[in-house]
Design a protein around this ligand. Structure first.
Ligand SMILES: [Zn+2]
Length: 221
């Protein structure tokens, strides 16, 4: 990856599940949703398209080749069946869509599946990027746990967590540019809130909580 791209990543994205990051389930936080100004919303939206362009070369984000697209779409369907929760956020979310490419529509959260993104998963404003390699990693873990059915709930947990970041505008925490600590990850309060959202969604949609436990047990998280 080009140096410029890495710098871009370092400053602006908020990744989950890489380096020293953790998914947290417990803890208290008052941060919740982050307000985003009109100006920053426009800037963040432009950055989303740029980020996709950085990754999409060479078929890296070719949705038609994403092995776990069916499972991801199933999770997205579950979210769309509970949009009353998401429409309460500001700006409101009216749909979550596994997308082939930008543009992302207003009121939409885009989910992209890419082979290599340098992280397991991350969210830039209202765009969620999930690594296909991470999906494979979860499948291997589920097999090790002796219950492949855990994979579905593990994928649901990851997508719910990232959609939680997106709905709560957590990327806006990084604005204005250059004021963060250079880290790759959302701060702990945002992780707690994304996990709280994921937990509530898993409860609502009847997912096996072992999926969440399994993801949190993976090395490097
Ligand atoms: Zn996170």
């Amino acid at each position: 990856m080009r140096v410029a791209s890495l710098l871009f990543l370092t400053l602006f994205i908020s990744a989950c599940g890489g380096g020293s990051s953790h998914y947290y389930v417990s803890g208290e936080s008052d941060s919740g949703s982050v307000n985003v100004s009109i100006k920053n919303e426009g800037l963040l939206s432009a950055m989303e398209d740029g980020m996709f362009g950085t990754f999409a070369t060479g078929g890296n984000c070719d949705l038609s080749k994403a092995e776990y697209l069916g499972k991801a779409k199933s999770v997205v369907d579950d979210i769309n069946a509970n949009l009353d929760i998401l429409s309460a956020f500001s700006p409101p979310v009216y749909s979550v869509v596994a997308k082939r490419a930008p543009p992302r529509e207003d009121g939409e959260i885009a989910v992209y599946l890419c082979d290599e993104i340098g992280f397991r998963a991350f969210t830039l404003y209202r765009s969620v990027f999930i690594s296909n390699r991470f999906m494979e990693e979860m499948e291997e873990a589920a097999l090790e746990w002796g219950d492949i059915s855990i994979l579905d709930s593990a994928i649901a947990y990851v997508i719910y967590h990232e959609v939680g970041h997106a709905a709560m505008n957590h990327s806006a925490v990084k604005m204005p540019f250059g004021t963060d600590d250079g880290g790759y990850h959302f701060d702990m309060p945002q992780e707690v809130d994304a996990d709280r959202f994921a937990y509530e969604m898993m409860t609502l949609t009847g997912k096996n909580m072992l999926g969440m436990v399994m993801v949190q047990s993976l090395d490097g998280l």
